[in-house]
Ligand binder design. Structure first.
Ligand code: ADP
Ligand code: MG
Length: 750
């Protein structure tokens, strides 16, 4: 290949300037020492890579072939693409309005045609002549209905140098060798990554193997160095295929070793055992409980009781449907801790939810217990005097129960004897935040994580591998249930009216309703609120028939609907002050508001038994599990729930499939699986865990469950006999690198 194309901050000279005598390049070597500072900086900016190991795990996204042209017919507009094509024709013309010229180069892959444009670079016609083939990279734009790449980077296949095949076999091999295509950015193109990686591979010393020999042999895996070579410089498809298998298993194994090790380390820490006392808070609470705990609540309750009675900290995840009664289970654990003289903190994801938790906990405790346990609220919006009083009660130990938001993680916050941390709705918090709260205790507290997002086993193992998992699968008896319907505006536009009539019918029965919109105001999505799945869900973009429905616009529309003329309608969204939000929620709970037009601020935990109807506008813009969570807001009491999922997505589209999946079942675990399958690979973890470099490379939780499970079993076996992994130093290193990585990711996040 010849080097050409626009300068993108990487060039060969820079690489030659680098210290060529670096004799032992290892996975931990800094890129700048091998590639030179300029290249290293460009790569760091583009991909967050710092070391040789980092860049070598920037694996090709796919492989192209010289002999075979890639489809030009389905190029996504506004995305960076890399394509293999042949130059068809070259045309130079002068611009009308300005001085200068445009060089237009038409390229084709035999199926489609794309135009490359260069301004004032007529000299490029010398190399871009008809018949020449190469790789072209750039951002696809749509110029008057024609797809084009403006100032693309390119690399031509040079028929004379590396391409000159001497005989037929060599020719075939040349044509068939897969060309790695790397994830690229606007500033660093795929082949620039490729060039840097080749330099690394050429200078890399022997690479020690993180997989123990016996395991490698047993599974027929490649040696680590050979796998790296073959994934980046395959001679055939078999090469990269085998390399991927090896590296995928390695990834799973290293991750599981890290998690299993963390789990073991945690087990070895000491903490105060918490045991309820006879006649104490817990006993009194249980005696006054107006209902019987479900069998699952009892089982999970005793798992927790057993954990916190130990001298090592509990680290447990409780997953259960919305309304399955997790909060009661957590509250009972908090009371056991209070019995032993300690405090418990409940960390909620939003101010609204923290406030609601406080009110419902106070109500559930009853006046006597509440007075003795003195639950306090600590959020960022608290007036100074209230805040000071709350902090005082926490540090003096008067408040046995503290409920708050992220503000609990603040530096000025300290406890008298923090014995238990309960994290509600885990998916909103990163591992790092769980850890920050854990550090609030002089001795590590027990940690209980609650989530209503059902987590498929593979994810639980991958992301929460350091947690023990309990499940509340059944709902308390007496729930009236929810009926869900898709309102497909693409096929049945006039159903839009029917939605509001149906809503009015519910209100006429004395019930209340939520209407959820993806946006607050026209155009702008709510700040800080991720519409899970919407940006990545393949359907969301496809279904984009215009701007998302916004609270402000819909609110005005609904107020004008004759059917809703007598309804009291109010907005609720994240741009309101937390005071106003709180006030609105209270008014809604008190029945003073009939319809809340809201964003997903109501997603988590908001509990109003009389709310029976939920309308979700542009339902395809929400993720599957998010819709399921939203729906959980209705049908909580004896009043049956109704959920209308309004969508403009076309029948048969992925977007529509997701919405239909939600309507079809109330089983959160089933939906979590559907979610996994419908989402694009690798994005699942993103919503749960911080992304960054720590996210998975080749491993896919949706499809690699077996590999993850096997890796976990092998990791447990190995660490059981060798907790420090002394027998496999390269594995020890790989685990350390993996943890560094997550740390870096969480730091860059904060
Ligand atoms: P979750 O936090 O899992 O969504 P909650 O703990 O908030 O659920 O419980 C939802 C509602 O069900 C609350 O009003 C709670 O008092 C009630 N509840 C909890 N457990 C039971 C039970 N075993 N029987 C009847 N009602 C229950
Ligand atoms: Mg709850």
């Amino acid at each position: 290949m010849t080097g050409s194309g626009a300068d993108a901050g990487i060039d060969g000279a820079d690489a030659r300037d680098a210290d060529a005598r670096t004799d032992a390049v290892t996975l931990d070597s800094k890129l700048q020492n091998v590639l030179g500072g300029r290249t290293a900086t460009a790569l760091a900016k583009a991909f967050g890579v710092a070391t040789v190991g980092d860049l070598l795990s920037h694996y090709p996204r796919r492989y192209a072939r010289r002999g075979e042209l890639t489809a030009l017919s389905q190029l996504p507009v506004d995305e960076n693409v890399t394509i293999v094509a042949e130059v068809l024709e070259v045309r130079e013309r002068s611009m009308k309005a300005r001085r200068g010229s445009i060089l237009e180069v038409k390229i084709s892959d035999g199926k489609g045609i794309l135009t490359l444009t260069f301004f004032n670079q007529a000299w490029r016609s010398r190399e871009l002549s008809p018949g020449v083939r190469g790789i072209f990279a750039g951002k696809v734009s749509d110029y008057r209905g024609n797809l084009q790449l403006a100032h693309p980077d390119y690399q031509l296949f040079d028929a004379e140098s590396d391409a000159a095949p001497l005989d037929a076999t060599a020719a075939r091999r040349w044509a068939e060798a897969p060309i790695p295509i790397y994830p690229a950015t606007g500033t660093v193109a795929s082949w620039q990554v490729q060039k840097s990686i080749e330099i690394l591979l050429d200078s890399l010393g022997a690479v020690p193997d993180p997989i123990p020999d016996d395991l490698r042999t047993e599974r027929g895996l490649l040696a680590h160095g050979s796998a790296l070579e073959k994934i980046h410089r395959p001679e055939s498809d078999t090469d990269w295929d085998a390399a991927r298998d090896t590296l995928r298993f390695t990834e799973a194994f290293v991750l599981q070793c890290a998690l299993v090790q963390q789990h073991t380390v945690l087990r070895e820490r000491h903490t105060t055992p918490r045991v309820p006392v006879p006649g104490g808070f817990l006993e009194r609470f249980d005696a006054a409980l107006p209902f019987r705990l479900t069998a699952d609540q009892n089982t999970v309750g005793s798992e927790i009781a057993r954990d916190i009675a130990q001298g090592s900290p509990m680290n447990r995840l409780v997953q259960g449907e919305v309304g399955s009664g997790k909060t009661v289970v957590a509250l009972r654990a908090m009371l056991a801790v209070a019995d032993s003289g300690g405090q418990a903190a409940l960390l909620a994801p939003t101010e609204v939810l923290a406030g609601q938790h406080l009110r419902s906990i106070v109500a559930t405790l009853g006046p006597d217990l509440a007075a003795e346990l003195m639950p306090v609220l600590l959020t960022g919006q608290l007036p100074v005097a209230d805040r000071r009083r709350a902090l005082l009660r926490m540090v003096s130990g008067q408040a046995r129960i503290v409920i708050g938001t992220h503000a609990l993680l603040g530096e000025s916050v300290s406890f008298f004897d923090l014995g238990l941390v309960v994290v509600d709705e885990q998916h909103r918090f990163g591992v790092d935040q769980r850890e920050a709260l854990r550090l609030k205790g002089a001795i590590p507290p027990h940690v209980l994580v609650l989530t209503a997002t059902p987590i498929p086993r593979t994810i639980a193992m991958t992301v929460f591998g350091d947690l023990d998992v309990s499940t509340i699968a059944m709902l308390p008896a007496g729930r009236a249930g929810i009926e869900s319907f898709v309102v497909p505006l693409a096929d049945k536009p006039n159903w839009a009216l029917r939605v509001w009539d149906r809503l009015a019918e519910e209100l006429a029965l004395g019930r209340q309703a939520f209407v959820v919109c993806p946006a607050i105001a026209p155009k702008e999505p709510e700040q800080g609120e991720t519409i899970e799945g919407a940006t990545i869900g393949p359907g969301a973009a496809a279904a984009d028939a215009g701007a998302p429905t916004s609270v402000e616009v819909l609110l005005e529309e609904l107020k004008r609907k004759p059917a809703l003329a007598s309804a009291r309608i109010a907005p609720l969204h994240g741009r309101m002050t937390s005071e106003l939000k709180d006030q609105t929620m209270r008014a809604f709970a008190a029945g003073e508001i009939d319809v809340l037009v809201a964003t997903t601020v109501i997603e988590v935990g908001v509990d109003v038994a009389n709310a029976s109807a939920m309308v979700v506008m542009d339902a395809d813009r929400f993720g599957v599990s998010q819709l399921h969570q939203l729906r959980g807001r209705v049908g909580r009491g004896e009043v049956p729930g109704l959920c209308l999922l309004v969508t403009s997505a076309e029948a048969g589209s992925l977007a529509r499939e997701r919405v239909e999946a939600v309507a079809a079942t109330l089983d959160g675990f089933e939906l979590a699986q559907v979610d996994l399958e419908l989402r694009q690979e690798g994005d699942v973890l993103g919503s749960i865990q911080s992304g960054g470099r720590s996210s998975l490379r080749l491993l896919r939780v949706a499809t690699d469950g077996d590999i993850i499970a096997e890796a976990r079993a092998r990791a447990q076996r190995l660490i059981g006999g060798d907790p420090a992994l002394r027998s496999v130093p390269a594995l020890q290193e790989a685990v350390r690198r993996r943890l560094d990585d997550s740390e870096r990711a969480s730091l860059s996040k904060g």
